[in-house]
Structures are given as structure tokens and as C-alpha cells.
Design a protein around this ligand. Structure first.
Ligand SMILES: Cc1cc2nc3c(=O)[nH]c(=O)nc-3n(C[C@H](O)[C@H](O)[C@H](O)COP(=O)(O)OP(=O)(O)OC[C@H]3O[C@@H](n4cnc5c(N)ncnc54)[C@H](O)[C@@H]3O)c2cc1C
Length: 408
């Protein structure tokens, strides 16, 4: 006889965790199970580069411990992969052959790092804790490191390598962080990173690799690099196969409506596996950030409880620090908007670039050098507010002033 639950969540990370918190907050009686193939309480993927670089301990990654699930009255089914779901029979199958029944199901299955067909132990992606543990070993005594792909995995990892290590970044396009910042912001950032000793090889790729004492990497440009480690930061692939095989509507991610519901009325999806509306463009997208996963996890849970609740759409929201330089991107940050307002204080290394629509509303912002006003921009974008004025750019606007502007 299969175990039966009111709510089952697959995926014990940003989206799944917020979903169980929300389910329990509004329903103290429901039976809830959370399944994950990783055999541990939830941890932060975002902090793994800090762990690899030796800046935080392994325990510093933990978001919760075992007692969290116990206190919430949620059954953890960790160390088990779900191999299929049957929405009509309200049942899923685990790899050990057992079945779990549900009334409502949330797919919070996230994504996997894309890899390259390279046969060496010295190339590594970073998505799961097991990858992080492997990188901790590879970072020991590393004299040279190359990363391919210029996003939120490669750059933080390079920046956490030892100061003495030679660092190379190989980028296919003509700029870095192209998913979240505009070309002008990329250019400013690239100059700063080069000044910190990062070697950037743009419009390039790895053409050949030979493993000797070190990896010998030949780039498309003909340049030859010798490296102890190759970091593969080529983006992610959403975990959609369960949804595809169950016949749910899937594009790049599992398609969800503004209730975070999939094409089946009893199956919901949230986070990096889900494709829903972008708040600014109104197009479907996979935002791929922690905050979107949390927001969608919460929205899905409310709707699973029957509390009809519409999600207004996701926003880009990335704040990180690389080579000691703060970088933030909020909302839509590309140069095809109606107007862009910028401020660059070269002496302080402080750059602000604000993206406005035809009604002078803030649709996005890039920040380099200091990111403590990222929350203000998030508020302006998410409330579709008109740009308060240039004092925002120089960092003289306080939270209270912006709040006054929003209220008036
Ligand atoms: C190195 C790194 C740095 C990052 N930096 C940032 C950052 O600075 N800011 C930011 O906002 N975001 C960042 N992200 C992205 C952020 O971590 C993700 O957006 C977030 O983790 C998505 O959460 P999720 O719950 O959707 O899925 P995930 O965190 O991917 O979790 C999905 C879970 O589902 C489980 N699962 C999948 N399939 C199955 C199955 N069939 N059976 C059982 N279990 C399954 C997986 O084991 C996993 O635990 C970073 C990610 C990485 C890897």
C-alpha cells in the first residue's frame, strides 16, 4: 500500500522549502511529504563558491537542519529519486520501486548544470554539494584555473580561487554577465576585473584539450592555456523530464500559469524548473534566481491550499560579489529600453545604470562597486514606479526618501 499525502513536493531547495513553510502556516492538519534525491536538509547553492574558496565552513551552507522538518510535521523522503509521476492516478514512483500518493503535487525539481563532453577529473561543474566537495579538493594547491562561460557560477568561483592562482575566463560572446547586465555595464566590469588580474578571452571557446601534468587548453583564437582545473559554467538545463513524460506542457521549463499551476489541475511547478511570466516583458521565462524560486514556491503552495492567489511575474534579482566588487542586476537591464540614465564615479569604482520605459518608470538597474541600494531598485521596479531622480544614482537617496516618493 503506497504512502498517501495531501501534498507532495519534489525538490528540497528554495522553492520546495518555501512551499512547505507556507503549506504548514495555513494548514496545520494536512499531511505533507518532501522528496529529494540529495540525502540532507536544504542548503544554499548560492554560497557554495564561498565554501569552496574556504571563506565559510561546510555548516555555513545549511539553511535548516533535520529538526526543521520534524517541527513542521513534514515527512522528509531524502536520498530518493522520483522516476515518474502519474497525475491522473495522483501517484509518483521512486527509484526503489515504491509509490507515493498525493492530492496535489509541486514540481520544484530545479535544474542541472550543463557540462561538456570532456573526459578528465579536473573539469567540474557546480550545482550540487557533491560538486562543491569535489571542487574543494581541486582547489588545493591550484596554481592556474580556467573557467568557460561568464555567469553566476564561473565568476564567483574564479574570484574565490587563491590570490596567487593564475585565472582565465573564456567567454563565447563578446561580453561577460550578458544575461543580467547591459553591454556598458559589462565593459565597466571587465575593466575592473582585468585590473584585479583576471585574464578574459572573449568570443572564444576551448577547441582542444590534452591532459598532462596540467590541462593543456587550446582556444579557438589559437592561444594555449595551461590549467590545473577547468570550471564549466555553461548555464543550466531545467529538470523537466518527469513533467514531459507525464504529458504536461513544457517549453524550456514546465509551463505554469499565474497560479504556478501546470497544465494539470493538481500539479504545480516553481523555481528553476518552471517557466512563467516575467513581470516586465510579460513573456514566459525561467528566471533562474533564488528569490523567484521562493516567490513561486509560496504562490504555488497558496493555490494548492485552495487560496486563489495570482503571481504578478518574476524579476531578475542577482546580487553578488566578485573579486571584491559588488555587482547587482534587478529587473530588465538591456539597452533597448526607452531611456537609460547612468552615473560613473571612476575614483570610487561606483557605477549605476537605470533602465526606464516610455513612461519614465524604472524597469531595471545595474549596479557595480556597491550594491546596498539594490533593494530600493527592486522596490521601484516591482511597484512600477517613476524614476525618483538623479539623487538615486549618486547614492544620496535614503530608503525613507524613496518610500516617501513611492507613497506620494
Ligand atoms: C554556484 C551557484 C551560484 C548561484 N548564485 C546565485 C545568486 O547569486 N543569486 C541567485 O538568486 N541565485 C543564484 N543561484 C541560483 C539559485 O541557486 C537557484 O535559482 C535556486 O537554487 C533554484 O531553486 P529551486 O528550488 O528551483 O531548485 P534547486 O535549487 O535546483 O533544487 C532542486 C532540487 O530538486 C531535487 N530533484 C530534482 N529532480 C529530482 C527527482 N527526480 N527526484 C528527487 N529530487 C529531485 C534536486 O536534488 C535539488 O535538490 C546560484 C546557483 C549556483 C549553483
Amino acid at each position: 500500500m503506497a504512502e498517501q499525502y495531501d501534498f507532495v513536493i519534489i525538490g528540497n531547495s528554495a522553492a520546495g522549502l518555501q512551499a512547505i513553510r507556507t503549506l504548514r502556516k495555513y494548514d496545520q492538519r494536512a499531511t505533507i511529504a518532501i522528496v529529494d534525491r540529495e540525502d540532507r536538509p536544504a542548503y544554499s547553492r548560492v554560497l557554495t563558491p564561498y565554501y569552496i574558496g574556504g571563506h565559510i565552513l561546510r555548516e555555513g551552507l545549511d539553511i535548516v537542519d533535520h529538526s526543521f522538518y520534524e517541527e513542521l510535521g513534514v515527512t522528509p523522503v531524502f536520498g530518493h529519486s522520483v522516476i515518474s509521476i502519474d497525475p491522473e492516478k495522483h501517484s509518483l514512483q521512486l527509484a526503489d520501486g515504491s509509490n507515493v500518493g498525493f492530492k496535489k503535487l509541486l514540481l520544484a525539481t530545479g535544474a542541472e548544470a550543463r557540462t561538456l563532453p570532456i573526459a578528465t577529473q579536473r573539469a567540474c561543474v557546480l550545482r550540487h554539494l557533491a560538486d562543491a566537495e569535489k571542487l574543494v579538493d581541486l582547489y588545493q594547491d591550484m596554481k592556474s584555473v580556467t573557467a568557460v562561460g561568464a555567469g553566476l557560477v564561473s565568476l564567483p568561483l574564479l574570484s574565490h580561487a587563491s590570490e596567487q592562482a593564475e585565472k582565465h575566463l573564456v567567454v563565447g560572446s563578446n561580453r561577460i554577465f550578458s544575461r543580467v547586465v547591459d553591454p556598458e555595464t559589462s565593459a565597466i566590469l571587465e575593466d575592473q576585473l582585468k585590473a584585479k588580474g583576471l585574464n578574459i578571452h572573449k568570443q572564444n571557446d576551448i577547441k582542444e584539450m590534452v591532459e598532462e601534468d596540467q590541462l593543456q587548453l587550446k582556444l579557438n583564437s589559437g592561444k594555449q592555456l595551461s590549467s590545473d582545473l577547468l570550471i564549466i559554467g555553461k548555464g543550466v538545463t531545467p529538470n523537466t523530464h518527469l513533467a514531459v513524460e507525464a504529458g504536461l506542457n513544457v517549453a524550456d521549463g514546465i509551463l505554469i500559469n499565474d497560479n504556478c499551476r501546470s497544465s494539470h489541475p493538481d500539479v504545480y511547478a516553481a523555481g528553476d524548473a518552471a517557466e512563467g511570466l516575467d513581470f516586465i516583458t510579460g513573456e514566459t521565462t525561467i528566471q533562474g534566481n533564488w528569490m523567484t524560486a521562493v516567490e513561486q514556491g509560496e504562490n504555488a503552495a497558496l493555490n494548492m491550499l485552495g487560496i486563489e492567489c495570482s503571481y504578478q511575474g518574476s524579476l531578475k534579482n542577482n546580487i553578488t560579489e566578485i573579486f571584491g566588487i559588488g555587482v547587482a542586476a534587478v529587473g530588465y537591464c538591456q539597452d533597448d529600453v526607452a531611456e537609460i540614465v547612468s552615473s560613473w564615479n571612476a575614483a570610487a569604482g561606483r557605477f549605476r545604470r537605470v533602465f526606464l520605459d516610455e513612461k519614465q518608470r524604472v524597469v531595471g538597474a545595474n549596479m557595480v562597486g556597491e550594491t546596498n541600494d539594490a533593494g530600493l531598485y527592486y522596490q521601484l521596479v516591482s511597484t512600477r514606479s517613476v524614476f525618483p531622480g538623479k539623487q538615486m544614482l549618486t547614492g544620496t537617496a535614503t530608503y525613507a526618501q524613496v518610500q516617501f516618493h513611492l507613497d506620494s
